[in-house]
Write a protein that binds this ligand. Sequence first.
Ligand code: ADP
Ligand code: MG
Length: 398
Amino acid sequence: MNHFNLFELPEVLNRALQNMQFSKPTPIQAQTIPHALKGRDILGSAQTGTGKTAAFGIPLVARLLSNQHGSALVMTPTRELAAQVMTQLQAMLGKQGPIKTALLIGGEPMPKQLKQLRSRPRLLVGTPGRINDHLQQGNLILHDTDVLVLDETDRMLDMGFTSQIEKILKFMPNTRQTMLFSATLPNNIIKIAENYLNNPVRVAVDKTISPVKKIRHDVLRVSEEEKYRKLLSELDARTGSVIVFVKTKYGTEKMAKQLSKAGHNANAIHGDLRQNKRDRVIANFRSQKYRILVATDVAARGLDIPHIEHVINYDLPHCAEDYIHRIGRTARAGADGSAICLVTPANARKWNAINRLMNPGAADKKPSEQRYKKRSGKPSDFKNNGKKFNRCINRKAA
Ligand code: ADP
Ligand code: MG
């Protein structure tokens, strides 16, 4: 049996993991933690919902707890994700622990962050833009920051953060430990890894044991005109929390209003909302004050809300890989979930690209409707064979 106590972690951390009800490492954790505890660099890939946060978080927290000096920086693509990672790492550090933290994210007033920075934090979590602002203004010094984590690196690069990340790296010591995690490992990430990681241990989760397999996929072929009505009937047919993905920021607002009018309890989230509004929307969804969250891709990236049961793809994503991230919002850590796709005739090409990404072996065949038949119950094979389908480069935050 593989349990966390085999890793000989600091007692505070063992207790914290118990409190969090983490009794057994997930596969990516089991593969990462022993190497990372030895200080090795890590290049990790695993689907969403497989426990990557604790895979880097446990060795990082162990290091902070057992050394008097040094600090750690974790970078994530979005503000919500940074806040979520911080919450999990703080839980691991223990509530009343002596280690100070700073959450450095955009859209929040500077004074609060400056106060946190003055308290000599040893754990920094944030988004590349705001971290750079603090570096340029001289608020942040990284010369003793000897652990760096790049979380959801594929998305950070897709969002155009490459040069921001490179600038930040210049402020950090070369003798640091770097852990890079990503759901997918396209060439641009392999290149970053070659430049910034030192002889990394490559860890990847075997797809056959991935919890993401428990997602049931339904594909609904609809015409443009019947799409909204179909959505309503799907919402009526299901219970439990739902996330509905739409293409545009404006579209999220419009859809949330329409659904509310139709008697559903819905809210919108997108990149243009003020930070405190976004926080409120997420917090209320997390505490199940309303049932339906209507979101753009960027806003929903990485969100870990365990009770999401259904992901409805009202609009298909801009690029095929986003599909994997979207459906990763459900079936977190082994729970069951369902994903529904509304596909109109105009979506045929996009849908084929998604199909190819999910079923590389079947790339040359026509997408099999049999496989995706409504309620077929057959899980799809989520292999990303490294091919590039509709790669999303430098897409603006949605
Ligand atoms: P990822 O970053 O790979 O998408 P997360 O780190 O957000 O996944 O973890 C997904 C969910 O699984 C979270 O709710 C987390 O609390 C839970 N989790 C992670 N590791 C464990 C574990 N060892 N035991 C139980 N739950 C876990
Ligand atoms: Mg994650």
